[in-house]
Ligand binder design. Structure first.
Ligand code: ZN
Length: 246
């Protein structure tokens, strides 16, 4: 049976890595993105360019890539007041969560994706949720995702499988996975095309990509990239000295 997946694709580092991962693994892959009244449009604007480049990068990926669905979930920004949807300063809340947390966002994304998957006869959802470097967002937890999978399947009489390839990876390992899947070309694409910065800074290009370099999302991405580069340099040095010795 052919495996058909729907990838939650925002235009950021994690979801681009997940998209490449799905293209490597499944027979047919569709993408879904959400416009939810984000403070900035940088991620959404990055999506078409990333898809175009992934198509050019690997001919098999081009053949597998199907429809891209863009859903309007602007209701989310009407319901909640967070630093992701309103122009307010990023800070910690009394409950210990940063105010970049949009309550219910991932649950709403996955539920919406499940509805589209139902229509498209797709039974695999791929999401970039991650419990390792997750700023404490409760809806990134493995248990939350698994519970939602059960709720969706029970409520829709489906056998939907929510797959989260990054769940137990830190940011360094996510860069490593990208390199494994698509070599330097994919790493370069992620550096130059994807957007992660909370403040929407798509002007400053750093070694690890566009961003302000100060917000929590930039810092996480920067630290991960630097650790990834450091490990790569150490490997190259070790290989070189082994080559010299033989
Ligand atoms: Zn930033």
């Amino acid at each position: 049976m052919k495996k058909h997946a729907l990838v939650l694709f925002s235009g950021g580092q994690d979801s681009t890595t997940c998209l490449a991962w799905a293209l490597h693994r499944y027979d047919r892959v569709e993408t879904i993105g959400f416009s939810y009244g984000q403070r900035h449009q940088a991620e959404l604007e990055a999506r078409p360019g990333i898809i175009r480049q992934l198509r050019q990068m690997v001919p098999a990926w081009n053949r597998k890539l199907g429809e891209d669905h863009l859903c309007d979930l602007s209701l989310l920004s009407q319901l909640s007041e967070t630093a992701m949807t309103k122009d307010i300063e990023i800070q910690m809340m009394e409950n210990g969560l940063p105010n970049t947390f949009v309550p219910g966002r991932n649950l709403m994304f996955l539920t919406t994706a499940a509805i589209v998957a139902y229509r498209r006869s797709i039974n695999i959802l791929v999401g970039g949720m991650c419990e390792t470097d997750f700023s404490g967002y409760p809806d990134c937890r493995d248990d939350a995702i698994k519970a939602l999978q059960v709720a969706l399947n029970t409520g829709m009489d489906t056998r939907l499988n929510i797959v989260t390839p990054l769940m137990w990876k830190n940011k360094q390992q996510t860069w490593e996975l990208a390199e494994e899947l698509g070599g330097n070309a994919l790493v370069d694409l992620i550096v130059n095309q994807t957007h992660t910065c909370y403040t929407g800074d798509h002007i400053h290009l750093n070694s690890w990509g566009y961003g302000c370099g100060k917000c929590p999302a930039c810092q996480l991405r920067k630290r991960g990239f630097e650790a990834f580069q450091k490990k790569k340099t150490l490997y190259q040095k070790a290989e070189k000295s082994a080559g010299n010795a033989s």
